[in-house]
Design a protein around this ligand. Sequence first.
Ligand code: AMP
Length: 283
Amino acid sequence: MDGRTVFTSRQEIELAISAARLQGKSIGFVPTMGALHEGHIALVKRAVLECEYVVISIFVNPTQFNNPKDLELYPRMLEKDVDMLKDFNNVVVFAPTVDQVYPSNDSFPGVDLEGLDAVLEGEFRPGHFQGVVHVVYNFFQIVQPDFAYFGLKDFQQVAVIEHMVRQLELKVKIIPCPTLREKSGLAMSSRNLRLTEQQKSDALIIHATLNAMVQKAIELTPNEVAEFARDLFNSGQLKLEYLEIVDPHSLQKLSNQWVKGAVCCIAAFCGDVRLIDNMLIKP
Ligand code: AMP
């Protein structure tokens, strides 16, 4: 079985996974929304190294889109995605329809995100993280993975999923993976497909700003670094939605004191494409 094996029905994939389990195989899971790029593939490679049977879901989850236009324009290219996975062994693709993921007897118990969903992305995308935890929970029920791989490109998402796993005492181990970037520094994203060459060049201000912040953080407070960074960012062409330096666990904004692992998260519009990125500012 290689990455060309595509399941669309829940029953079929559950059967295949229980057969793998009966053979004593460890199960890895990589959830995606498709339009795969090297960032996704890095997660797949890691999963394949660490697990004996890997499920990659490709599902554009409607409940995590608060903007209907974003959902409509989200790139979909299942055939091309499957082609990118064809050389991996012990990998299967699960590309279900909405009713397979959200059955009428949906058992999602709900998660209290305790404010993790009120800041950063949560402030600008109401309901987004409730949609994320719901879909990830439902996928975990189907796949029952030992390990699940998530990209730190979506830093807040990793924090939210880890919180869900702790709160619901799920057995899966979450493996956060580093952000893959283009040589230019632009974080890889399916949404980059919607950028023109000029916009891709304009978007480099994100990485340039994050890099500059690391240096500034040596001598300035978080507030001062954030102020410097917003000015630098606003000298470019993108429209800033937020730029915050936060505690990596609580995601609360840092003002005067640094904590180890402080992260800067940015969201901005490049034309009508919304991009996010982040960087560790205080190692
Ligand atoms: P998505 O298809 O955008 O939902 O992403 C699926 C998974 O791939 C998520 O865990 C993302 O954080 C991860 N991912 C997306 N872009 C990157 C990237 N540039 N580097 C590493 N992981 C990524």
